[in-house]
Design a protein around this ligand. Structure first.
Ligand code: URP
Ligand code: ZN
Ligand code: ZN
Length: 468
């Protein structure tokens, strides 16, 4: 079945222009003026922007952290994604049982996602120890599964030590694999958390104080040097949150560090640590790294405007706040007991459109670049995803700039019982969303089905390819 999207304003990472898009089956067949096709279903996109489907390369569906499990699984989380205009996710795996092979979580994640996802999906692998066979497993998984990125944590229980990270980086460089890293200084965080709790400082507002920006900056700096010493290993820093962390990135950029990718997340661009002022509501925003100050937010926007950050993701990882077991309430008397994470996969694109483009901080091509094209380049999906080139997947989202989006309980399409953005009235509204030519959402209503999403074997990242 053919579809013809007529009279829209096409937005790519390079340009905005008036044209039609012809979809044939799952692919984009043609982009041009006044396309004629008598047997196509016509979709009138007058007054709408037409963008490549958004791609969120940092989600945690069904994340099992031992004492709690993220309440969006691959079904509910990808329905929320679809309604928000995101047609592809690349999900970060949870840690598996102690000592398990890297294959354990690959198999577990196929069990969780296959047949259940409503948008296309891939996985990032995760390290929780490093032995000689672990590096072989990484290479094997990249080849057989198309999982061409693996994550390392510098904090949490399964963090790696510097020597282990160095060995991972060298092996990854040789195999053309990207290492994604959660950068925070573990020792300082542990010490501060202990001191705050011992002093009776248990409320949510102590969460950001126990994870200061310099913890991020120190770890970002260390990773940048480790990657350089590992022969310019492909390094992707996830969820950059602070100006101090950003300054380390800018220094590396100025020194022309090779093969470096940097992600921030929508919450660090839109929200601030004032969310922690209320001891109850503050639990909603307990995530790591924590929300920062207005000055951090503004420098991150500026870095995006200047092209110095590569992607905007979400770190989508929601837990209930009020209903059911209300896992966020575990932190009511001790912020360290609150499961880390918040929702965002549905909100990201419209927030970036409204707060970035409509407020003049970014151009529309930059929104496309950070929400779609660059994430795909970073993780071996471009141009199949993240472009509107003929022959590529017909993943397309329409946005009406004349309408508004009110973030309230009715807006939420995932399993989460709250949004950190509740009460915001955003400029623009997500319209029709197509996944490989199939309409899977319209105006926030889900029209797809679990299983519409296909597993994506990914290719090599531009980070891994650019220097080899
Ligand atoms: O608070 C967060 N971000 N939770 C998810 C795990 C992680 O650190 O990315
Ligand atoms: Zn993280
Ligand atoms: Zn994460």
């Amino acid at each position: 079945m053919k579809k013809l999207i007529r009279n829209g304003k096409i937005a790519t990472e390079n340009d905005v222009f008036e044209a039609d898009i012809l979809i044939d089956g799952e692919k984009i067949a043609e982009v041009g003026k006044d396309i004629r096709c008598d047997d196509a279903e016509v979709i009138d996109a007058s007054g709408m922007y037409v963008l490549p489907g958004a791609v969120d390369v940092h989600t945690h569906m069904d994340l099992d952290v031992g004492f709690a499990r993220a309440i969006d699984d691959f079904t509910t989380g990808t329905e929320a994604a679809a309604c928000g205009g995101t047609t592809t996710i690349v999900d970060h795996m949870a840690f598996g049982p102690a000592g398990c092979s890297l294959w354990h979580q690959v198999n577990e994640y196929h069990r969780l996602a296959d047949g259940n996802a409503a948008v296309d999906y891939g996985f990032h692998g995760v390290f929780q120890h490093v032995r000689e066979e672990t590096l072989d497993e990484m290479r094997e998984i990249a080849l057989k599964e198309g999982i061409t990125s693996f994550k390392v944590y510098m904090t949490y229980d399964y963090r790696l030590q510097d020597d282990e990270i160095f060995n991972v980086l060298r092996a990854a460089r040789d195999a053309g694999i990207v290492i994604t890293v959660h950068c925070e200084n573990h020792g300082v965080i542990q010490q501060l958390r202990k001191e705050y709790i011992e002093a009776g400082c248990t409320e949510a507002k102590y969460h950001p104080l126990s994870r200061p920006s310099r913890c991020e900056a120190e770890a970002v700096n260390r990773m940048i040097h480790l990657a350089a010493m590992a022969g310019d290993a492909p390094l992707y820093i996830v969820h950059l949150s602070s100006r101090e962390g950003l300054h380390e990135v800018l220094k590396a950029r100025a020194e022309h560090q090779k093969n470096l990718g940097v992600e921030t997340c929508i919450q660090y661009l839109v929200l601030t640590d004032s969310m922690y002022d209320d001891p109850d509501e503050g639990l909603k925003a307990i995530m790591s790294p924590p929300l920062r100050k207005d000055a951090d937010r503004e420098e991150l926007w500026q870095a995006l405007s200047d092209g110095l950050i590569d992607t905007v993701a979400t770190d989508h990882c929601p837990f209930h706040y009020r209903e059911g077991k209300a896992e966020k309430q575990y932190g009511r008397n001790d912020f360290t007991k609150c499961p880390n994470g918040a929702p965002g996969v549905q909100e990201r694109l419209i927030l970036l459109f409204s707060e970035g483009f409509m407020k003049g901080r970014l151009t529309l091509p930059q929104v496309v670049k950070y929400a779609s094209s660059n994430p795909c380049r970073m993780f071996g999906l471009y141009p199949q995803k993240g472009s509107l080139e003929p022959g590529t997947d017909a993943d397309i989202v329409l946005i009406d700039p004349e309408k508004y989006t009110l973030i309230d309980r009715d807006y939420i399409r995932g399993a989460s019982d709250y949004s950190c953005y509740e009460g915001m009235k955003l400029r623009g509204k997500i319209g029709k969303v197509f996944l490989r030519g199939k309409e899977i959402a319209d105006g926030g209503e889900f029209l797809g089905a679990p299983g519409d999403g296909k597993y994506l074997k990914r290719g090599k990242s531009v980070l891994a390819g650019s220097d080899q």
